[in-house]
Design a protein around this ligand. Structure first.
Ligand code: PRE
Length: 385
């Protein structure tokens, strides 16, 4: 411990590591030091915010039409966060350091222009948590009650971006999101990964010993199936439209509980009766950011495609072979029933790389010539946080 502080660049601990000082004297020295550091941090943040305002002016005069749509630059944000992590020497973890920079950038962007983000609501869902994780708390996040509505709001230009869930490590893909991509022209502009911790929530009128119904979204009930079997084998499990909706329902119900995230608990004033009740300890969900613009390369990107193959022998092999030959790392292959007779198989494919990379562009041409149809859903920075 002593050594650790000695190495610290503030040198504050060695300043007060003096037997002649009592506790309050030592604290005073350290807190004066913190005040002076905060003073410098405050000045630097203001200076940074001024730079962001100047960036906005440059964007406006270079391309007023583009600038009016959005000042947000996903590739640049990913680079800033990655640099914050690379530079970090501790004692804060890389994630903590990046989270702080995430919020500074969010506030800087809001100075340029507040960004509007639609998410699959209601308030308190994991999708809202994902939206805030990705855009920071200065974004204006607006709840919509269905995935289709989130797509429509972005298409109509009523919001700048949308956030929708796409796959869960325990429960698999969110088909509704994939289906929307088949008909939409929106682009994937980013991804967010969220560790999902489920809690059993009760209200202040719940009789803990008499819980006979448990509300949640069907995916969350499935994620906690073993826990529920062990702890509440006789309670009725009731699937509702979202975890937040489950939390909302508890009001006034003395014999019910809900499974939801901690955000829903806070929002609806509920008590956590049991935490981390998910069966898989690394239960996580991946969300996509959808928008109208393509994103330039950030240096560490992913690309998503939807490809229709003809119904013939070796179709899947023919589709995947060029990726293997060009040494491109596939991160996900998902098949969905096609909506039209012509599209027998539809595959959603994610891989490492950006559509503008030379090697990726070769693969895209080859796959396109073999496929009945190919749609590029977007290239975007890999999740940083
Ligand atoms: O570099 C930019 O284009 C900026 O607008 C500045 C900044 C930042 O605060 O660093 C803010 C918003 C953008 O999304 C990216 C970065």
């Amino acid at each position: 411990m002593h050594k650790h502080y000695d190495r610290h660049p503030t040198g504050a601990f060695s300043m007060v590591n003096d037997a002649s000082m009592n506790e309050s004297e030592q604290l005073k020295v350290l807190r004066d030091r913190i005040d002076s550091i905060d003073d410098q941090i405050g000045k630097l943040i203001s200076e940074r915010a001024q730079c962001a305002q100047d960036v906005a002016e440059v964007k406006k005069s270079a391309n007023p039409e583009e600038a009016a749509k959005s000042f947000y630059r996903p590739e640049r944000e990913a680079q800033v966060l990655r640099k914050a992590m690379e530079r970090n020497q501790g004692p804060l973890s890389n994630e903590e350091m990046a989270r702080l920079f995430r919020e500074i950038m969010s506030a800087c962007l809001a100075l340029e222009q507040p960004i509007k983000v639609a998410f699959l609501g209601p308030e308190g869902t994991f999708t809202q948590q994902a939206a805030l994780k990705h855009f920071g708390h200065s974004a204006i996040a607006m709840p919509f009650s269905a995935i289709d509505e989130v797509f429509r709001e972005v298409e109509a230009g009523a919001v700048n971006y949308g956030v929708v869930p796409v796959e869960n490590s325990t429960e698999g893909v969110v088909n509704h999101t994939l289906d929307n991509f088949m008909t939409s022209n929106l682009k994937i502009c980013g991804e967010v990964e969220l560790r999902i911790h489920q809690n059993l929530l009760i209200s202040d009128v719940t009789h803990v010993k008499n819980i006979s119904r448990i509300y949640s979204h069907s995916q969350s009930l499935a994620q906690c199936r073993k826990w529920l079997d062990a702890h509440y084998p006789n309670a009725e499990r009731i699937a509702v439209s979202s975890n937040a909706e489950a939390a909302k329902r508890l009001k006034g119900e003395w014999n019910a509980a809900a499974i939801a995230g901690s955000m829903a608990a806070e929002l609806y004033g509920l008590k956590v009766l049991a935490e981390k009740i998910e069966d898989e300890p690394d239960n996580s969900t991946r969300f996509l950011i959808i928008g109208t613009e393509s994103v330039p390369a950030s240096g560490d990107d992913k690309t998503s495609l939807v490809v229709a193959m003809r119904n013939e022998p070796g179709a899947l092999h023919n589709l995947l072979e060029p990726f293997h030959r060009h040494n491109i790392d596939l991160t996900r292959v998902e098949s969905r029933p096609a909506r039209t007779g012509a599209w027998t198989y539809v595959f959603f494919i994610d891989f490492s790389g950006h559509a503008q990379d030379a090697e990726v562009s070769k693969v895209l041409n080859e796959v396109s010539s073999r496929a009945a149809d190919l749609k590029l859903l977007g290239s975007y920075p890999k999740a940083v946080l």
